[in-house]
Write a protein that binds this ligand. Sequence first.
Ligand code: PLP
Length: 365
Amino acid sequence: MDKIFLSPPHMSGREQQYIAEVFESNYIAPLGTFVDRFEESIKTYTGALNALALSSATAGLHLALRVLGVGEGDYVLASSFTFIGSVNAILYQNAKPIFVDSDESWNISPVLLKEAIAKAPKKPKALIVTHLYGQVCKLDEIMAICKEEGIYLIEDAAESLGASYDGKQSGTFGDMAVYSFNGNKILTTSGGGMLVSDNQAWIEKAKFLSTQAKEDFLYYEHKEFGYNYRMSNVLAAIGVAQMEVLSQRVERRREIFALYEKELSQTNEIMFMPEIGKSRGNRWLTTALLTHTDPNTLIEALEKENIESRPLWKPMHMQPLFKDARVTEDGTCQKLFEQGICLPSGSSMHDEDVYRICDVVKRVL
Ligand SMILES: Cc1ncc(COP(=O)(O)O)c(C=O)c1O
């Protein structure tokens, strides 16, 4: 039987045409018209005022921290329930993470966020909040806390491109935000990211740092160190083609989620990640909590049927790398990790694929 992958790339069909245009122009470089077009398309779709195409979302988070002045010894709050790419940049800057647990939304808990701030040895400079699996967090409360406390808000929208909150796109609420185009995301450029912000000066500074911090001279003059983080024009061509079908991809992922929910509605042993209040997620991955079954049993059973599935992210505060980090937790994301599963959710999946997966799920549960 054909393999069903968790979240494989789904091309629009225009990618190779645009790549051919790049080759014809010979701009096989981290600059060129497709980089500009990709940035414009992200701005148009999301409403962000400024965008910077980069080699990854991780690079974008690094630049965001650097631009916002987060450095050695500073504290940075972050969702504990996330992928390591959300928080590695805190270490790049020699800053210290403070991890915050989730609530019933599976995303960061505003209550525990307040508690973490109150307990911090000094005022944290920023919060990196993840919109987990494409579901937007409780932004009204999170934004109010950051404003009240004078803490920068950085949205890790790596997984939530196309998701919205109160009708506004995720990634346009914080001081800065990133989207990821890694191979498993809702759109992919095979690898890449976008940093966005309404603050033009910050994006200009990030652009300067992303291209080796070259001063404005004909010869090469440097006053500070930078990075080689810009996106290639070739990959941006893929991104432009992918952006043309973003709305369709969001709708298909939401349909797949709805199909799972319908097919598995008979069992009360599975609880899907909720969509809270004003959030309209992109359902990047359909994720669920198994109340009576070890997720590894289901993962193995699916694997035998040539179906890829995964556990949920292992919380950052449970990682050996962060054994000494500060954390405010109440066991919520640990429980989600121990009992949760990610089901195949690619937008190229057919309804029949979902039925095939649900048959295994029903049998195992
Ligand atoms: C929540 C989250 N943050 C950050 C990243 C890092 O993105 P990238 O691979 O583009 O660096 C990813 C995915 O890879 C992610 O899922």
